[in-house]
Design a protein around this ligand. Structure first.
Ligand code: ATP
Ligand code: MG
Length: 562
């Protein structure tokens, strides 16, 4: 899965091609993305956004952004705003087609009255638990409610009373009158309206009855003239119900098409679980870079291009499966490799004194911004007598394969000089400083006599360095499927080490010119971005992803063993 680009069209685009061919919708292609504003969007939603808006773009059709806001108790304006921001950030545009299901509440009510008048809906007084008991099971038929045969007149009066606020929450519901013996449980007189005295983010206190999802959703698509109503597989056996409603009302019919939802390893993709992590403080808000939310990924430094590429490359299918997190990271890395400027930063600094470099001298050296993109040009970086290198890049007593700095060895300091370690300064067992010498003839990093060094390491000039706090992220969970482990709470599998904060990092001064969310590479370390919590004297940097591409390795191994 995910390793190869889909070469042929997916089954959804094949259906659309066929519909265009038979002129089913007079040449129209009109999709929608219908989130419920009850949480922030995650990468699964990104797949749906790319699919719906992507199809509209490819076929020169239209795609609506529609908030499916039928449940006032869980929905909030904050979520509406975050969803709009996420869709825009991903690179899509709903133009003047921003809709709310709540805008159709009057129309939905009129449709309900129509069904009552047609003898196809009734008011039921059974309490909710009895209704679900009467529903039956997959192997046993349901039971008719004693209220099922009320007259049309009585039903109209009672529905009006429900709407007028004369009933308490849960006292009555409106149900479709279909057949309690049908094998599809969704068709056994499903609830259309419930009484709920709650303030809605949009309609405020106008309504005290609210439509159920299954009643509302197909109507919304019909009202907006959607041609292809694309949703996830769970809704396959709701389709007969949506069709039944639209057939009885004799209104416009979209085509519902179901596809497999995206699952990603080592994370969770349910708004309910995400909400728990946010509300109970397991993470720092909906945009915590460890979360699979679109806002989290933006803050982590994932680019919208890379998420779009990921969604395209996993494709759409009919069978549920799980995509490896490494594949998403591979797409992120691939894109950043092309687009991100390179800088130098030291996460775990070790002081280096160049003993033969003049005390008060400093110089500016030219560094390449992006070897993958010559048009990104070069910049100047300061070099001086006191530098920082990565602690890991020095070993006093190295194993055979360690080619970086050790006592007596010469290495290249990127873009500057050949440097030799002459002396190790220690405090007890701790290495606190290295005394080194440089060869002035190797400026730029090459020796005129042609001698070679085995490694190049990064560094930052100490007096010029900017202090930074760097946040390193690891997987949020310890196991691939934390939500799927029976008998366990998914929170048991949270990775305690998912966030490491390094407070003493030193970075080159150019970083100061960057703005929150700007993405870049620290040479040899990985891709990073500026965190929006950055303040004038407090630079915060997030590590997006390391340079090590385990996915590329997996593909390589697959190829070799094939
Ligand atoms: P969750 O299951 O995470 O609580 P949801 O399905 O209730 O989410 P909605 O706001 O109803 O969230 O989803 C909006 C759209 O996004 C729907 O059309 C839904 O099918 C699609 N979608 C949600 N999750 C995924 C996923 N994991 N993969 C693909 N599409 C998804
Ligand atoms: Mg949903």
């Amino acid at each position: 899965m995910g390793t190869t680009e889909p070469e042929s069209k997916d089954f959804i685009r094949e259906i659309i091609d066929e519909d265009l061919h038979t002129n089913k919708y007079q040449g129209r292609v009109h999709t929608r993305f219908p989130p419920e504003p009850n949480g922030y969007l995650h990468i699964g939603h990104a797949k749906s956004i790319c699919l719906n808006f992507g199809i509209a773009e490819e076929y020169r059709g239209l795609c609506n952004l529609r908030f499916d806001d039928t449940n006032p108790t869980k929905e909030e304006q904050e979520y509406v705003e975050s969803i709009k921001n996420n869709v825009t950030w991903l690179g899509f545009n709903w133009e003047d087609r921003l809709f709310f299901a709540s805008d159709y509440f009057d129309q939905m009510y009129d449709y309900a009255v129509q069904l009552v008048k047609q003898g196809q809906a009734y008011v039921d007084d059974l309490p909710p638990d009895i209704i679900s008991e009467y529903r039956g099971t997959l192997t046993t038929p349901g039971k008719n409610s004693p209220y099922r045969e009320r007259s049309i007149e009585e039903n109209l009066q009672l529905l009006e009373a429900m709407k007028a606020g004369k009933c308490a929450d849960g006292e009555k519901v409106l149900r479709a009158k279909i057949d309690m013996a049908l094998p599809n449980l969704n068709m056994r007189d499903p609830i259309m309206y419930r009484v709920l005295h709650a303030t809605h983010h949009n309609t405020k206190d106008k309504w005290c009855i609210y439509p159920m999802y299954d009643w509302a959703h197909g109507l919304e698509d019909s009202i907006e003239g959607i041609t292809h109503s694309i949703c996830t597989l769970e809704f396959e056996n709701h389709r007969p119900l949506y069709d039944w409603f639209l057939d009885q009302l004799k209104v416009y019919h979209p085509q519902q098409i179901e596809f497999a939802r995206l699952n990603l390893s080592y994370t969770i993709m349910s708004k309910r679980m995400l909400l728990q992590l946010v509300n109970d403080g397991y993470v720092n808000g909906w945009d915590d870079p460890r979360l699979p939310t679109i806002s989290g990924m933006q803050r982590r430094g994932y680019s919208p291009e890379s998420i779009r590429t990921f969604c395209k490359r996993i494709g759409v299918g009919k069978v549920n499966s799980t995509v490896d997190y490494e594949f998403l990271e591979h797409c992120v890395r691939d894109e950043l490799n092309k687009s991100a400027s390179r800088y130098m930063g030291v996460l775990n600094p070790l002081k280096v004194i160049i003993t033969n470099y003049p005390d008060d001298q400093e110089e500016q050296l030219e560094a390449i911004n992006n070897p993958e993109n010559p048009s990104a040009g070069t910049r100047m970086i300061p070099f001086s007598k006191e530098l920082y290198i990565e602690h890991d890049d020095f070993m006093e007593d190295p194993p055979k394969k360690f080619f970086r700095l050790t006592p007596g060895r010469e290495v290249r300091f990127r873009y500057s000089y050949f440097i030799t370690c002459e002396k190790v300064i220690k405090n007890g067992a701790d290495i606190v400083e290295l005394h080194c010498t440089y060869d002035p003839d190797t400026k730029g990093g090459y020796a005129p006599d042609g001698r070679k060094v085995k490694s190049t390491i990064h560094w930052v000039s100490a007096p010029h360095a900017i202090d930074a706090e760097v946040h390193l992220y690891d997987r949020l969970f310890n196991i691939p499927d934390p939500a799927g482990k029976k008998g366990h709470d998914f929170k048991e599998f949270l990775n305690e080490q998912s966030l490491e904060i390094l407070k003493n990092c030193k970075v080159e001064p150019t970083i100061q010119t960057l703005k929150p969310f700007n993405r870049f590479q620290f040479e040899r370390l990985g891709y990073f971005c500026i965190d929006p919590d950055t303040k004038p004297k407090h630079l915060v940097i997030n590590r997006t992803v390391t340079l090590r591409d385990t996915w590329a390795k997996i593909i390589q191994q697959e190829k070799q063993s094939a």
